[in-house]
Design a protein around this ligand. Structure first.
Ligand code: ZN
Ligand code: ZN
Ligand code: FE
Length: 757
């Protein structure tokens, strides 16, 4: 007889790990115990060598599917004499390094419980087990135990308690365990708060109202959604009008995979992501014969589709039997609404009815958005299902708070070897968003009981996150925006050493106080050199140019042709301005007044989209770039030239990639009436080739593609393929957004390095 001790770290609590160990040990005839500790799960077992070997192997191979193991260590303590196998109760001393799990979509077993008319949970919308259910959105404090969750107000009934205490039951220590006898209840209310139906009837009635064209606010796991029949053009139009959302695509929820296939082309590689426990919104190509109204995503060839992620949504979608729009319960760009009182106030004029329940939501979590790029799900918006799973550092870090940037904000907190990246907060442009930002910061500090020794923020002095950081009185570390993008990509990929960061986005404050956005930075979290950038140009009207791609087009033309550009009225963007507008723009450009200099790749995309007639004014960030990507003819291999500028050779100065030849070639194609998809492809291919040119000249073998522009699948795939064919190692994001949602992670990495950690 020998003894084996196994310590498992990672997200291993609340996922059925102890019952799994209990069953495994019993099957192998091993005696001992298993325990949830502050650092993870600890096990000691005794038996013969063969059984211990099998245990060691199977604990790795057969671990519960929802567990995310970071490390397993083994030791051989002396001694024998265990009798039987027991599950010991949690110890509560030591540093809290255990991980809070993200919310997990309903597992197949729970779904069949809900759908089985003979089951005591038939039609019960709050069914869950250790493999599924809410986690992050219900936990009030650590450790994750029922009294520390929003389920504390629902005492377990006798049957639920029996399940909860039985190590062989899949609801053993399932903290949100509930049933119709003891758990939360659903209710359908009208705008005045009157209850129209409750329990399963509430769900059925809500489905009927959806079929009749109503907009229904539905309280889910991480907040409210606004739902309407996606086939019903007038319901969709009403929702757009009420939300004040012009063209930005709405997400869809569908009952199951077959319904997803009626709506979109679902490639084989997307299926595991759609039906994963994270259940994110996956961007898919809309079918030509899709039953979904055009207004769901006007002019957009893609649709964001998700499957139900909790039993309430499952039941509703089964009853409704048609695809529904499921957009965040908020006015445009405000944070998602999480409680009934707030919903009545903020959503009162948006929804006709409210399908609610009495399980409190402790913190918000929007739906995550992923896109399949290079056959992997890349998270574009990180929230439900992913947050707050950390990024692991290769060494212990001092406690640092990072406050992110400005748009698509997230914050991050380092605790030992873990960097906890918050759920998506939103654009810090409304008082509601700032309140949510402060709430998330307070929440993270409280949850992990951490007092940051420094606050990392964006170099931009005008960002509200920067101003907020200044008011904390803490030691501050300012991090250049694109440096943070590079550091985030390296941190996510656990990469040591330097890389060439291709950091392309819309806007970031540069060390020279100009607006950067088409940068090539060589370095690591420890520091960087700006080795190349796109040729700068002046943006007439600054912020206004972000909303009007036609201004970007004019800016590019002006840089190359000067005043002459105003007479190029054969071009869609130039033609769209009145003479008076042109005069104003010309004087801005001539005198450099309210016309900041930028190297932004995002604005280059905007300008080209306008020249191709795809988008003159945008109603949401990224609209023009999305249209340009969508227009690409995938078969076209031609590329517009993107050479180095001639004055690029000067000592020490960054290389300049000159887009003006690209512009010339594009104008020539336009004059020859070349098809838009061909030109869109040549533009993307030109950028990929230009990037490879820089990589070749710099000689750094490792290249990180990061920044909001790399949400673009065509750009990412063409660039990565080309770089790999030239033997470069390419780093891409996976679970951390390439856009500004990833900035806070990079800020932590840079700040830690600055502090010498
Ligand atoms: Zn389950
Ligand atoms: Zn019960
Ligand atoms: Fe950015």
């Amino acid at each position: 007889m020998n003894r084996l001790r196994v310590e498992v770290q990672g997200a291993v609590q609340g996922v059925g790990f102890r019952p799994f160990v209990f069953r495994l040990a019993s099957e192998l005839g091993l005696a001992g115990w298993v325990l949830n500790g502050n650092a993870g799960v600890a096990v000691e077992v005794e038996g013969d060598e063969a059984a211990l070997g099998a245990f060691s192997r199977r604990i790795r191979e057969e671990a519960p599917p929802r567990a995310r193991i970071r490390s397993i260590s083994e030791s051989r303590p002396p001694g024998t004499g265990f009798v039987g196998f027991e599950i010991r109760y949690s110890e509560s001393e030591g540093q809290k390094t255990v991980l809070v799990l993200p919310d997990l979509a309903t597992c197949p077993d729970c779904l069949s419980d809900v759908l089985d008319p003979g089951n005591r949970r038939a039609g019960y919308p709050f069914t869950n087990c250790t493999s599924c259910g809410p986690r992050f959105t219900i936990v009030r404090a650590l450790p994750y135990d029922r009294p520390n969750t929003t389920m504390s107000g629902f005492p377990l009934c006798r049957e639920c308690r029996t399940e909860y205490e039985d190590p062989c039951d899949r609801r053993f220590h399932a903290q949100p365990n509930a049933c119709p006898a003891c758990g939360p209840t659903a209710a359908l209310r009208d705008r005045d708060g009157a209850v129209l139906a409750s329990g399963i009837e509430a769900v059925d009635a809500a489905a009927r109202c959806l079929a009749e064209g109503a907009v229904v606010a539905v309280k889910g796991v991480g907040g409210f959604h606004l739902l309407c029949d996606a086939r019903d053009a007038s319901a969709v139009g009403r929702l757009r009008e009420r939300k004040g959302r012009l063209r930005k695509p709405f997400a869809l929820m569908v009952r199951d995979l077959p319904m997803a296939r009626e709506v979109c082309r679902v490639p084989e590689e997307a299926i595991p992501f759609l039906s994963s426990p994270e259940a994110p919104i996956v961007l898919l190509e809309r079918r030509v014969d899709s039953p979904v109204a055009e207004g769901v995503a006007p002019g957009n060839p893609n649709l964001g589709v998700m499957l139900p992620s909790n039993p309430l949504h499952h039941l509703l979608l089964r009853k409704a039997a048609f695809p529904v729009v499921a957009t965040s319960g908020n006015r445009s760009e405000e944070p998602i609404c999480i409680d009934e009182g707030e919903a009545a106030l903020r959503l009162g004029s948006l929804a006709d009815l409210f399908l609610v329940h009495d399980r409190p939501i402790e913190r918000h979590a929007d739906d995550s958005i992923v896109r399949v790029i290079r056959k992997e799900a890349r998270v574009l918006r990180r929230a439900r299902g992913y947050a707050p799973f950390p990024v692991f550092a290769n060494r212990p870090l001092p406690p640092i708070l990072a406050v992110g940037a400005h748009l698509k904000s997230t914050v991050a907190l380092s605790v030992g070897r873990e960097i906890f990246l918050s759920q998506h907060i939103g654009d810090l442009e409304s008082p509601e968003a700032m309140a949510a930002f402060e709430r998330v910061i307070a929440d993270f500090r409280r949850l992990w009981e951490v007092d940051p020794v420094a606050v990392a923020h964006d170099l931009h002095p005008g960002y509200l996150s920067t101003k907020w950081a200044r008011e904390t009185g803490s030691p501050l570390i300012a991090v250049q925006h694109h440096h943070a993008h590079l550091a985030a990509c390296l941190a996510e990929n656990q990469t040591q050493g330097d890389a060439l960061g291709v950091t392309w986005d819309g806007t970031g404050y540069g060390t020279d106080r100009t607006v950067w956005g088409g940068e090539f930075l060589s370095g690591s979290a420890a520091g960087f050199t700006r080795v190349a950038s796109l040729r700068p140009f002046r943006l007439p009207g600054g912020e206004a140019a972000v909303r009007e791609p036609r201004r970007c087009a004019l800016a590019l033309l002006w840089e190359r042709f000067g005043k002459e550009s105003l007479r190029m009225t054969g071009l869609a963007p130039v033609a769209s301005f009145t003479d008076v507008e042109k005069e104003v723009l010309a004087s801005m450009l001539e005198r450099g007044l309210n016309a900041p200099v930028t190297t932004s790749a995002g604005r280059l995309f905007d300008g080209v989209a306008a020249l191709l007639g795809l988008c003159q004014r945008s109603s949401f960030e990224g609209e023009a770039a999305m249209a340009l990507e969508a227009a690409v003819d995938p078969a076209e291999r031609g590329a517009y030239p993107l050479p180095f500028a001639e004055n690029s050779a000067s000592e020490g100065a960054p290389l300049v990639l000159d887009w003006s030849e690209m512009l010339g070639a594009l104008l020539e194609d336009l004059s020859k009436n070349v098809a838009v998809p061909t030109m869109a492809a040549r533009f993307h291919n030109g950028l990929a080739a230009g990037t490879a040119g820089v990589a070749g000249k710099i000689g750094q073998r490792r290249v990180a593609l990061t920044g909001g522009c790399f949400q673009n699948r065509v750009l990412t795939e063409r660039t990565a393929d080309l770089l790999e064919s030239l033997d470069f190692e390419v780093l891409l994001h996976r679970e951390v957004p390439p856009g500004d949602g990833g900035i806070s992670l990079g800020q932590i990495a840079v700040a830690a390095s600055t502090m010498g950690a």
